[in-house]
Design a binder for this molecule. Structure first.
Ligand code: 13P
Ligand code: SF4
Length: 344
């Protein structure tokens, strides 16, 4: 980040140059301003809604209007009457908000905040894959680009994938993309065969089931709770499997006092707030690093959020045909989730 004063502010041309060059507005605001209250003021002045995923840093979660999992965030994005949505998450999440609100300005703090799982499924390769299975319907995890959504029949998230796939017509032959761990889990829970795209999440796939097994010996009273993006060997040991909201709700309602948590570390912030008296233990990874944090999610910072609201850039834009084609499967997901009683 440059150490450039924001007074006088950047010109629109300079802002455009920053976005093209860095993917975000790279200025350091004066150290005298209180970022937290300045962001709140900007939100009010501009009628902006800040949505944050549980994997964001704690301070970002604390300033957001809503913190949630992918389904909750999509629902909020679909319902808002704000003029601007600032999405503190990763790019595919902000794209989903834009697809549901084509007339609104959707901002991200940093355009570089992508997702390696989503990137593992490029549109050309997926189109070729789809051609190998004529007549198949495509169920795509929400962690995909708008271009993949536009090629899909229905979108699912980690919290509704099982009930939605169960409710799809029994004679539909299914492709599931891009997370093969979630796909395997859904097949196991629903008994439905699906052709799986070969992708995994770089954060969830590296939890070590051997180290987790050893940890369970050390904490025999602890329950193991895991996100369905984890590897099957780890999921087999889990006492509860669910989306980030599912995991949070589970630690609240379980009578147990100790939990080994196999998901991205950002969720600990809301868990600690909800159950300060309970002990939360991070599931160990294959490596001796803190690699259970998502490097993409963690690109967002308070400074980038402040600059994004101030300059109303970087903005998420998509070609009109992709916006239109991607909206149908997302709306189908929201409708089915409503019918199945899965929305709050
Ligand atoms: P959920 O938000 O559905 O729990 O998914 C987690 C995730 O990996 C988001 O990138
Ligand atoms: Fe993508 Fe995994 Fe990061 Fe989620 S946690 S944004 S799936 S890389």
């Amino acid at each position: 980040m440059f150490n450039i004063s924001t007074s006088p502010p950047l010109s629109p041309e300079e802002v455009k140059h920053h976005i093209a060059e860095y993917g975000y507005v790279a200025v350091e605001p004066s150290s005298e301003i209180d970022l937290f209250s300045e962001i709140q003021k900007l939100k009010q002045q501009k009628n902006a809604l800040v949505l944050a995923h549980y994997y964001q840093e704690a301070d970002i979660q604390d300033l957001a209007d809503f913190v949630g999992d992918s389904l909750g965030l999509s629902q909020k994005a679909a319902e808002t009457d704000a003029d601007i949505i600032l999405f503190a998450g990763v790019h595919f999440m902000a794209e989903t908000a834009k697809i549901l609100n084509p007339e609104k300005k959707v901002l991200v703090p940093d355009l570089n905040a992508g997702c390696s799982l989503s990137d593992s499924c490029p549109p050309e390769a997926f189109a070729a894959f789809k051609e190998r299975y004529p007549g198949y319907k495509v169920v795509s995890y929400i962690n995909t680009s708008a271009h993949i959504k536009a090629m899909s029949d229905i979108i699912v998230t980690s919290s509704n994938a099982v009930p939605i796939v169960k409710a799809l017509p029994a004679d539909w032959k299914l492709i599931f993309a891009p997370d093969k761990n979630l796909g395997n889990y859904v097949m196991q829970k629903t008994g439905r065969e699906m052709v799986l795209w070969d992708g995994v999440c770089m954060v969830h796939a590296i939890f070590s089931f051997q180290k987790v097994r050893a940890l369970r010996m050390k904490y025999p009273e602890a329950e193991l709770i895991a996100h369905p993006e984890c590897e099957p060997a780890l999921l087999e040991q889990a006492d509860y499997i669910g989306s980030t909201t599912g995991l949070l709700n589970y630690v609240v309602r379980s009578p147990k006092r100790q939990f080994i948590v196999a998901t991205e570390a950002g969720i600990f912030h809301q868990m600690r707030k909800a159950v300060p008296e309970k002990e939360l233990i991070q599931a160990p990874t294959e490596y001796s690093c803190s690699c259970n944090t998502c490097p993409h999610m963690k690109l967002n910072t308070l400074v980038k959020i402040y600059n994004a609201l101030l300059y109303e850039m970087p903005e998420v834009t998509l070609p009109v045909d992709i916006l239109e084609a991607a909206r149908r499967p997302i709306q189908r997901m929201l409708e089915m989730s409503r019918e199945l009683g899965l929305l709050s």
